[in-house]
Design a protein around this ligand. Structure first.
Ligand SMILES: Nc1ncnc2c1ncn2[C@@H]1O[C@H](COP(=O)(O)OP(=O)(O)OP(=O)(O)O)[C@@H](O)[C@H]1O
Length: 799
């Protein structure tokens, strides 16, 4: 979704738009850790809080630019206290939230640089409490001071662990949490919210959530956050005089730290976590870069984290990014990356909106419900009291026909029938009593109903907090004054930094203007200087590009390593499945396993147990029952299977593992195959073997020429003597090694002809003779040897 296309609508009530506002970026550098000190790693970060400047020194590569300077909205060194940071940076933002704006503060940085310390603080030390608990105090101080206002404060707490949303206030909730979008921004349906009425209530909720948060040990941080945690506060405020409602939402985010696997010493599980953390953080980096470059496409949908931060980055929220860094040279590359992202984030523009009279305000709903309940209860109470009064009065006897008769009788002086009169009287009394009992019953019912309504009314009214109630209980006047002064000082400091930065900028421009007005010669000089400046900038950019490439490659390598680890783990598990899980079970598991695209994980669909109909007509399990006389529970089925010889019964013979045959490794070599030798040559060889000689040398594999040469040798054995003119010396042929001597006629001096494809085949007797020992095994023709004295008719000559 593009940054421009994504603007919250005004469908739900009025949303007052204010001018665009940049994301406020603050850098905080923590002190050197004990480990860094003991390792003697030098400090390479210099912070100039008065100018909002951070300087990073490069001690690693002398060929690169030595100092890198970054400017931010504010910069804090190791000496900055939690209170200073809160008053100077966070206080104004929370004040805006209390006016009905959306606000977001997120801590970003490498692992172990103090994100959790900044957001939550150190537990058990009031001076060191972090931003989140301090916002509780500011919010309730404001509520307790504000008269004629009703407040409704709800708190939620969630984490993103391995790309999955988890409700930290209801960790066992089975419903899958999702990020959704509507007119007023992103939200998480079904996320549990707890109503709070004091600082203590909110602290309790925070502690409850922290207990459920995923943390772990790494080499870089003993208490490392393995998830991104988001603490959400929603404050609805109603002006009781004008009856207008405002809603302020504050998201306080402690991100998990980016980390290098090599430094954190991650195990397989930590590696998976780290790769998800790094992926989410790199998608956050991509969103920041896209927004900074006003790219038409902003990849919010790449991760759950960026989806949740959609309103805070390029959306309708006032946002503060706190970039945490470490001072040591050991973390130079990570610090540089954080400073670069922080620098880019400065140019992200948001369009904060004031949420006035939103339709979905719970407070309005509650007020309407309270009114309705009040309207219901009041007339019922009146009716009840009337009824009660009526029941208490002695009931006037109804004018009965008999009384009328009596009256008539007195006037006419006739005698009434007394007996009849008495019986009708008692009947009327009975009727009266029944009526009273009935109305009492009705009254009781109404009373119970009313009590229920009153309880609901009390509950709803209890959730709403009236402002301006117990100001003096919470803070004394002097404290309030002090707070005001602190905020004023913070404002002044902020302005000072701004002025200082403007001054520096103006100085630069004045210098440029002055330089512009000088002579031509100087202009050349100026241009040269400008050129060198540009060149330096170009070099710096090139350097940055190289660094980015290097970072990218490193990320890639780490991902590959993570992938390798995962593949290894997968192979191990497959090996276990292949060797230790029975085939039927394996097949059943494979058919049951389904990949859930949405959750990106495998799930088992449960298959019903095989059921059969028993003789008495009931369904029973097919699973065989255990045999009673066995040492360990064994089913009938297993016993039957054990007796049979089918391959599947192996698992029932004894223990599974013992019953399986070993899987032998596959063969990687081939059987030795004797080379093809022509029949004639074989015959010759066989003949030669019969001579009982030790070694025979055969030179060349050409059968025909072999035959020729053999014949030559056999026929012209006399020529084997001195000066025989044999063709042997001319190249290929079977050469009786001893026959080839320098002095042997045609052979002499023609050793070159014997070279090339010389092969040596030993006789089956294997061991070389004493003679052969003397001969070099290279197949080269010995230079001096006596002429052969062996029978020539056989074609081969013994050594
Ligand atoms: N400004 C600071 N002053 C003193 N100590 C600090 C400061 N910042 C961080 N620390 C200490 O550094 C250590 C690591 O801090 P913390 O756990 O907050 O890092 P983190 O960035 O949240 O790490 P992770 O991403 O692994 O969760 C803690 O012991 C913390 O007390």
């Amino acid at each position: 979704m593009s940054a421009k296309s994504k603007r919250p609508g005004t469908a739900n009530g009025q949303q007052q738009q204010t001018p665009n506002e940049c994301v406020q970026v603050v850098v905080r550098c923590r002190p050197m850790s004990n480990r860094e000190r003991s390792e003697g790693s030098p400090e390479v970060v210099s912070v100039y809080p008065n100018r909002g400047v951070v300087e990073l020194q490069n001690l690693i590569d002398v060929n690169k630019e030595q100092r890198k300077v970054f400017t931010y909205d504010a910069a804090y060194d190791a000496s900055a206290t939690q209170t200073t940071l809160y008053h100077e940076v966070v206080f104004p933002l929370v004040s805006s939230v209390l006016e009905g704006f959306n606000g977001c503060i997120f801590a970003y940085g490498q692992t172990g640089t103090g994100k959790t310390f900044t957001m939550e603080g150190a537990r058990g030390n009031d001076e060191l409490i972090g931003i989140i608990p301090r916002t509780f105090e500011q919010i309730w101080l404001h509520i307790n001071r504000t008269e004629n206002f009703q407040f409704l404060v709800d708190v939620s707490y969630l984490e993103i662990y391995m790309e999955e949303l988890r409700d930290l206030l209801k960790p066992k909730q089975s419903k899958q949490l999702e990020v959704r979008e509507r007119g007023s921004g992103v939200y998480v349906p079904n996320l549990h919210a707890i109503n709070c009425k004091s600082v203590e209530d909110m602290s309790r909720v925070m502690q409850l959530g922290n207990k459920n948060r995923t943390v772990g040990f790494t080499n870089m941080n003993a208490h490392s956050s393995r998830s991104h945690a988001i603490f959400m506060i929603k404050i609805e405020m109603c002006d009781t005089e004008t009856n207008t409602i405002k809603v302020g939402k504050l998201n306080l985010i402690d991100l998990a730290g980016s980390e290098r696997q090599s430094k954190t010493g991650a195990s397989a599980e930590r590696l998976k976590e780290a790769s998800k953390i790094n992926l989410a953080l790199s998608s956050l980096g991509n969103v920041i870069s896209a927004l900074a470059e006003s790219s038409p496409h902003v990849p919010y949908r790449d991760s759950k984290l960026t989806r949740l931060l959609q309103d805070s980055l390029g959306g309708n929220s006032k946002t503060i990014m706190i970039a945490n860094i470490g001072p040591s040279n050991y973390n130079y590359n990570e610090t540089l990356t954080t400073l670069r992202y922080a620098s880019r984030a400065k140019s992200i523009q948001n369009q904060p909106i004031k949420n006035e009279d939103p339709q979905d305000a719970k407070l309005r709903e509650y007020q309407e419900e309270i009114e309705r309940l009040k309207r219901l209860i009041a007339p019922q109470q009146q009716q009840r009291s009337e009824k009660q009064a009526a029941n208490k009065k002695p009931r006037a006897k109804r004018p009965k026909p008999k009384e009328q008769q009596l009256a008539l009788a007195t006037t006419t002086n006739t005698e009434p029938e007394v007996e009849e009169e008495e019986s009708t009287d008692s009947e009327a009394d009975k009727e009266n009593e029944a009526e009273v009992a009935k109305s009492n019953e009705e009254l009781e019912k109404e009373r119970v109903e009313n009590a229920k309504l009153a309880a609901k009314l009390a509950e709803l009214e209890g959730q709403l907090v009236r402002g301006g109630k117990n100001l003096l209980d919470t803070y004394s006047e002097r404290q309030i004054e002090l707070e005001k002064k602190l905020v004023e000082i913070a404002e002044r400091k902020k302005r000072e930094i701004e002025i200082q930065q403007q001054l520096e900028l103006q100085e630069e421009t004045t210098l440029e203007i002055r330089e512009r007005n000088i002579s031509l010669e100087q202009e050349v000089e100026l241009k040269k200087r400008k050129l060198s400046k540009c060149y330096a900038k170009y070099l710096a950019l090139q350097q940055e590009l190289n660094d980015c490439k290097h970072d990218h490659n490193q990320d890639l390598r780490e991902l590959e390593m993570a992938q390798n680890e995962l593949v290894k783990e997968l192979k191990r598990q497959l090996l276990i499945i292949d060797n230790f899980v029975p085939i039927e079970v394996k097949q059943r598991l494979y058919t049951q396993a389904k990949y859930d695209e949405e959750q990106e994980e495998w799930k088992f669909s449960s298959l019903p147990l095989p059921m059969s109909l028993t003789p008495d007509g009931k369904f029973g399990s097919k699973r065989p029952v255990s045999h009673p006389q066995r040492r360990r529970p064994t089913s009938e089925y297993a016993l039957q299977e054990a007796k049979s010889n089918s391959p599947s019964s192996l698992r029932f013979k004894s223990e599974n593992i013992v019953g399986y045959e070993l899987e032998m490794p596959c063969r990687t070599t081939q059987e030795y195959r004797t080379p093809k030798v022509s029949a004639s040559l074989q015959a010759v060889l066989a003949q030669a073997m019969q001579t009982g000689s030790d070694d025979i040398d055969i030179v060349d594999s050409h059968t025909n020429s072999l035959r020729n040469r053999l014949e030559n040798i056999i026929n012209g054995s006399s020529g084997g003597g001195n000066g025989g003119g044999s063709p042997v010396g001319q190249g290929n042929g079977i050469v009786p090694a001893h026959a080839i001597t320098p002095g042997s006629g045609g052979v002499g001096g023609s050793n070159g002809g014997v070279g090339g494809g010389v092969r040596s085949i030993k006789s089956s007797r294997g061991l070389p003779s004493a003679d052969s020992n003397r001969r070099p095994p290279t197949g080269r023709v010995p230079s001096k040897k006596p002429a052969s004295a062996y029978p020539k008719a056989r074609g081969l000559v013994n050594k």
